[in-house]
Structures are given as C-alpha cells and as structure tokens.
Design a protein. Structure first.
Lengths: 392, 110
C-alpha cells in the first residue's frame, strides 16, 4: 500500500477540482449550476493562480460549454467540463454529438433533480436522462471515489479501444458539498498516470486534414452507431486494466461492481452513489441480527454490467433495487436494467423495486431496513414499484 | 452503391479522414430527370456550364473557344437548371430544336 502523504478534509467538489488541477486539461469550458458550481469555482481559482495551463472558457450556457469542449476535443485537446441537472439537460443535444463524434471528454456531474418543480437537491434523474446518449457513466459513492474516478475517466475515455466521453456522477450536495477525508495522490504521480493526451484525428494536425460532423445519412449513420455499440463493449475490460494500474499507485481497488458482504448473502440490495454507504451501514446492522444481506454498487452503469450481475445474483433469494429517479409510465431505470439482465439466469431471485430520495429526500437506515425486511418476509413483487420515505 | 464500407472499415465518429472525398459521391443516383444534349442546336454560350451546381457540364476548348461536350451523369442530379437557363431550350421551342431536353430517367436502360 503506497504511503499516504496528502490526506485532507475536503468537499467532493474540492476533490474533483483538485483532480482537474492535477490532470491539467488543455481546455475547460463550463457554466456554473448548483450543486456543480464549486467545482468550477475552485478550478477557476487554479487557472487564475497559474496553477494549471488550462484555457478556461467561461461560456454563456451549458449548451455552449459542451459545444466548446466538443470543438476542443476534436482539435486534439484534453477537454473537460462539469455540470448538473438542468445544465446537463440543456447540453443534451451536444452530449449525443460528443459521444457519436467519439470525443473522450470527461464531465463530472453533481447529480441533482431535474425540474420541475424546481429543486436543487440530489436525485439521479439528470444522469438517467442521458443514459442512452453513448457516454460512459461512472458513479461515485463519496468524495474519494469522485476524485479517483475522475482520474480513471481520463484514461478510460482516451483508450484506443474506447474513444468515448465519460460522465463521473457524484451525488449533488451529499458528495459535492459534504466534507470528507480524501487521500490525494502526488501531482507527479497523477501526471504520470494520466500521461499525455492520446489524440485521434486532431483537427490541428493540418498535415492530415479531417472533417468532423459531416452529414451522415442512411448510407453510413447505422454503421457509425454500430461502432459506438462496439466501443461500449470494450469499456469494462479497459476499465479493469486501468483500475489495476490505479490500484498500484493508490492502494485503492476499483472494479465494475463494488461488492459488499455478498459472498454468502441471500438478500442483495443494489444502489448507485452515496446511498450505497448508508446501505453498507445497514447491512452491518442486519448482519449483527443474523441476516445474510449484502450490497452491490455498480461503479459503472453505462455500459450496464449485465454479465457481472447475472453471475452475482443468480441463485440469491431476493434482490432489491433502489432507484433515485423514476421512469414515468415504466419501471425505474436501474431496476428495469437489473430485471432485464436476470431474465436469462437459471435460478432467478425474487425482485423488488424501490424508488427513494427524489428531489433530495433523505434515505434513512430505517427505510433500507424496511425494504430488506419486506424481502425477508417474502413480501416483494417483481411487478410492483414501491417508495421509500414517501408520504401517502 | 456496392462499394459502401462496413462498420469495421470506417473511421470512427463519422470522421472523414482524407480530403476531397465529395468527388467520390455519386450524386447522379439522385437523378429522376435527365438532361439530354443535342449538339446540333447548341450555340456554346456556356450558360449551362456556368449555372450547373454540380460542375456536371463537361466542356473542351477548341481553337481558344469553349465548347460544350455533354453531361457527366456520375454527378448530374437532374435538377434541370441547365435546361432552364439555356437560351436554346424553352417550352415554346419544339423538342427537336432544343439544345437540352429533359427526359424521365425511366426512358433509359442504364
């Protein structure tokens, strides 16, 4: 385990801004939006202090922010932005263009509820609205993971077999504004880890002129989509390779799934982001009472860890899926994907779908216990969506 | 269109990785009406050459003067602009006296 030299109490936003300082991207274009604002604010300070070489572009909207980083990445720059909620929604058009143009932009997203009614607090509806955009989605549980995954994201997106943009999701306020202890790597170690930007078809290479964004009709569009589908298939392998390398420099281990006490678990809960921490605590409490429970937290949601979940969940008594967003008129996004993955397994567990925490509503240990206890008593239903912490 | 590439051969991201590829685009496949050149009625004014949006009018220089040769059907989209600007082709003239006659593609075997 490498020695920790730089342990600080910081917010998740500070941790990410520090990761960005160490990455020293060529271009950052961003527009402030709660709760992402401090990420950009801290980073702008680094730019003003001359701590980075970054060309920072203060834009007039998120649509412009994403457009600017698309242009920068196409030029051959290592480009980053950050946003949240309605900002991400305003980017939506260009989010797809970034992915389909195969530009490895890295974007931390401080997950927040999409309006309306207007709400600034933690919710996953913003990222879930982009889940089919072609971006890789990484999900952090805390400030440490937000920092680490931001560094890993740079390598992952730029990998020759991937060439895709990466969204690093970290829960708004809970992670972005909560102060936690974070172990930072040395600047030199990060510099070596991220390396020089790996560029492909840079517009600034005037000796090899290329065209970005040409009209792509029925004769070729389909083939380009198929290439994106293929690129996503490489992500999990590449992520594992990079995670292994990252473990050597940090001592911190990442994988497709974070598995907590699952080996003998009969009941497994699945959750994204910071709620996984509360679930781990609850798992410990329930285990003290003799319940065989565990947690699975996907570090990667896109591409969806279908195979990994099939292997892990096959034969369990029950699987409870928590979703911090709803899909109106359909099943919640994480639940829908998990349920679909389990269609093929030989020994399907019972399934329960629980939507919680919309608009920043707290999720408490009692809520998580309630969901587990409903599973213990066999009182869960594959076709029924339930709600934790909702007033009837 | 038989030479379209499969997804494994294409540059990613819709990037066109070499210049001037528009030349390879056979816009002639779009054509539903075809301009047919009648040299016996042509006065070589070069209007068609000047107006053609696809540079599909081929000319040659004879004795220092430009001379209309005919149409490049690989690129001609059949827009009919050439016949429209041709002083020797209009609705009042009988077909046999026009320099450019627009005919439906269905009349041709190729």
């Amino acid at each position: 385990m490498p020695e920790v030299k730089n342990r600080q109490a910081v917010t998740g936003a500070q941790a990410i801004a520090n990761a960005m300082r160490q990455i020293n991207p060529d271009v950052v274009a961003a527009y402030p939006i709660t709760p992402q604002t401090p990420v950009v604010e801290y980073f702008a300070q680094y730019v003003a202090d001359g701590a980075v070489d970054t060309e920072m572009i203060p834009v007039e909207s998120e649509h412009s922010a994403m457009s600017a980083v698309v242009g920068a990445a196409a030029a051959g720059a290592r480009a980053m932005t950050a946003t949240a909620a309605n900002g991400l929604a305003l980017m939506h058009e260009i989010v797809y263009i970034a992915a389909s143009s195969r530009l490895p932009i890295v974007m931390p997203v401080a997950n927040r509820a999409l309006s309306g009614p207007i709400n600034i607090h933690c919710d996953h509806s913003d990222a879930m609205a982009e889940r089919d955009s072609g971006w890789i989605q990484l999900w952090a549980e805390n400030a440490q993971e937000a920092y680490d995954l931001t560094l890993i994201a740079v390598r992952l997106g730029e990998h020759e077999d991937v060439r895709l943009p990466v969204m690093v999701n970290f829960d708004g306020f809970i992670i972005s504004h909560g102060v936690e202890v974070v172990d930072f790597l040395d600047d030199e170690v990060v510099k070596k880890f991220v390396g020089e930007p790996k560029v492909k078809y840079p517009l600034l290479d005037v000796n090899n002129p290329v065209t970005y964004g040409p009209l792509d009709l029925y004769d070729y569009y389909f083939e380009h989509k198929r290439q994106q589908i293929e690129a996503m298939k490489h992500v999990k392998r590449v992520f594992k390779e990079i995670a292994e390398e990252f473990e050597k420099i940090s001592g911190r281990k990442y994988d497709i799934l974070d598995k907590y006490k699952v080996d003998d678990a009969e009941y497994i809960m699945i959750a994204l982001g910071s709620t996984a921490g509360t679930v781990k605590y609850t798992v410990d409490l329930l285990r003290e009472q003799g319940h065989k429970v565990g947690l699975v937290k996907p570090w990667i949601f896109r591409p969806f860890p279908k195979k990994e979940l099939q292997e892990l969940l096959n034969g369990r008594k029950a699987v409870i899926v928590l979703d911090r967003s709803a899909s109106f008129g359909a099943e919640a996004p994480v639940y829908e994907a998990v349920k679909s993955a389990l269609y093929e397994v030989s020994d399907r567990p019972k399934l329960g779908s629980y939507v919680y925490g919309l608009g920043g509503r707290d999720i408490k240990v009692d809520h998580i216990k309630q969901a587990f206890e409903e599973a213990f008593s066999g009182n869960i239903n594959t076709d029924e969506e339930r709600y934790l912490g909702l007033r009837e | 269109m038989a030479d379209l590439k499969g997804w494994k051969e294409l540059a990613i991201g819709g990037v066109i990785d070499k210049p001037s590829t528009a030349k390879e685009y056979q816009t002639g496949t779009w054509r539903v009406i075809r301009p047919v050149y009648k040299p016996e009625n042509c006065i070589n004014c070069m209007f068609c050459w000047l107006y053609c949006p696809d540079q599909a009018v081929e000319i040659e220089v004879v004795d220092g003067k430009p001379k209309m040769k005919g149409f490049n059907y690989y690129y001609c989209k059949g827009c009919g602009l050439c016949a429209n600007v041709c002083p020797k082709s209009n609705d009042k003239l009988p077909e046999e006296k026009r320099a450019i006659v627009m005919k439906p593609e269905t009349e041709f075997q190729d």
